[in-house]
Design a protein around this ligand. Structure first.
Ligand code: ZN
Length: 228
């Protein structure tokens, strides 16, 4: 378990392999990605630790609709009455419960790091995701009027609707799986990199999307997988 304040009002949550984040602003919170379903208990603990309750959650932003990012989004909606914000191109996937790239995962199970990841998926209920029912559509260039005031940058390639969220006044970029900071196949190293080709729906597009992040300059890069 990892829970630390990375920079002013930005907290990392999740597991060693899967990150989601809380952003604090004016005594309210934005949840960025929702890990696996089993992370719900952790979410409740974090709220408690930070001195918040359900009514302080103002937004749930999803970088994309894979099972390790939408895990407790529906439960959050039911409990806190916040709809998940998602790019329209990933809505169908979210309503189908995530649609993981199972074929690629199975083919790569001989890799110890992928096997460990797969075991975590199963142990964390990542194979039984509650479909995300009500979704607020977000688009490239939107500045969202929620805690942290994130800007939406559409960076397709990992999935069709992959987005990054940029906090201009804190120079923080939540890049989802547009980039990881660890080699997903070996779980080694610490440099920004694309996910392996077999995990991206369109690897060339994922590479091309990076151009839209380049103009941001230096940021604290907070990925779905890997350390800041
Ligand atoms: Zn992921």
């Amino acid at each position: 378990m990892t829970f630390s304040e990375l920079t002013e009002g930005v907290y990392r949550c999740g597991s060693d392999r899967v990150n989601w984040y809380l952003v604090e602003d004016d005594d309210a919170l934005t949840v960025i990605d929702t890990g696996f379903p089993a992370h719900w208990q952790q979410f409740l603990h974090r709220l408690d630790e930070l001195g918040y309750d359900y009514t302080d959650i103002e937004a749930c932003l999803l970088t994309h609709a894979h099972p390790d990012h939408i895990g407790f989004a529906e439960r959050l909606r039911e409990t806190c009455d916040v709809s998940a914000c998602l790019h329209p191109a990933d809505i169908q996937r979210a309503q189908a419960g995530g649609e993981p790239p199972l074929g690629g995962l199975v083919k790569n199970l001989w890799r110890p790091a992928i096997l460990r990841y797969f075991i975590e998926v199963i142990q964390s209920d990542g194979t039984s995701i509650q479909p995300v029912q009500t979704v607020e559509r977000i688009h490239d260039g939107h500045e969202l009027d929620v805690p942290g005031r994130p800007a939406v940058i559409h960076v397709p390639g990992h999935t069709e609707g992959e987005v990054a969220f940029y906090l201009p006044d804190r120079d923080v970029l939540f890049c989802g799986d547009a980039l990881a900071t660890v080699d997903f196949e070996t779980w080694q190293g610490h440099t920004p990199q694309l996910l392996p080709q077999w995990l991206n729906i369109d690897h060339d597009q994922a590479r091309a999307s990076l151009a839209d992040l380049e103009s941001l300059g230096n940021v604290l890069l907070l990925p779905g997988h890997g350390d800041p």
